[in-house]
Design a protein around this ligand. Structure first.
Ligand code: PML
Ligand code: MG
Ligand code: MG
Ligand code: MG
Length: 259
């Protein structure tokens, strides 16, 4: 990527309802095209028309850029939402999350984890043992920011996802986000299902599991969804916010596509 490197990010909302967000890292010559694409994406979102779209562009300190790889990716076929959620629960238990914490996070995602009963802008933070919510602001949560795929890795990923019929923006972006989250200090696992009404898939990611997808974690038409990051008890939450929101991360290699 060309230097200097910039973080460009978009957030779209209608009132206190989160509509859409996007994150990229890019050289100056790409910023106008990316900005136009992000505005178009915000205006065409299935959650409806936003009444505000924020775009932020900031130069990255390259001396502090961190390079990481993507987790391995696997899809577990399920026939129903109940089966999908049970399989996701089993994955979280294998990753060392307590049943109480896993169930309460799922219940929160299903019921709208923000105080207004809708999806949060960012992710919830959940104590992996007792299930307590640890984010500082329950409407906002923590937004994972300042990460992207390096160009060569993006080309390899697109080719490999294409071969298994999964080359879409949801999967690509979720993989990059999960990669950063799995490198965050104190995070033991992540649970996500989409807040987009027409996208029913989600995943559990953990260092011991990789990125495990479930095609059905919520009913079609449902727009409540989001992310929960499970934290080892005693995690420095302020430090974790700093890492997730501020540390620039470039993903420069892909994981394996597992059967
Ligand atoms: C989102 O884009 O709203 C999150 C999508 C999570 C699942 C992506 C996948 O299909 O692996
Ligand atoms: Mg999104
Ligand atoms: Mg995540
Ligand atoms: Mg979404």
């Amino acid at each position: 990527m060309k230097e200097p490197l910039f973080s460009i990010r978009m957030r779209a909302a209608r009132g206190d309802r989160h509509i859409s967000g996007a994150e990229r890292l890019a050289g100056a010559d790409c910023l106008d095209g990316l900005a136009a694409g992000m505005v178009k994406r915000a205006l065409g979102h299935p959650k409806g028309l936003p009444d505000s779209i924020s775009l932020t562009i900031e130069e990255i300190d390259l001396s502090r850029l961190m390079r990481i790889g993507l987790p391995d990716i696997r899809t577990v076929g399920v026939d129903s939402v109940a089966q999908g959620r049970n399989a996701a629960l089993a994955g979280l238990l294998r990753a060392g999350i307590s049943e109480q914490a896993a169930r309460s996070a799922m219940q929160a995602l299903a019921g709208g984890a923000a105080p207004n009963g809708e999806s949060m802008r960012g992710a919830m933070l959940v104590d992996a043992l007792d299930g307590r919510r640890l984010e500082f602001d329950a409407a906002r949560g923590v937004r994972v920011s300042r990460m992207d795929l390096e160009e060569r890795a993006a080309a390899v990923l697109a080719r490999e996802l294409q071969a298994i019929g999964l080359n879409n923006t949801h999967v690509q972006e979720a993989l990059v986000l999960a990669a950063k989250v799995l490198h965050a200090p104190g995070v033991l696992a992540e649970l996500c299902w989409s807040d987009d009404p027409d996208y029913t898939a989600g995943y559990v990611a953990a260092p011991c599991l990789g990125y495990v997808r479930f095609p059905l974690l919520k009913p079609r038409g449902e727009d409540r969804g989001g992310r929960a990051f499970f934290l080892a008890p005693g995690t420095d939450v302020t430090g974790l916010y700093r890492f997730l929101e501020k540390q620039a991360v470039l993903v420069d290699r892909v994981g394996r596509m597992l059967p």
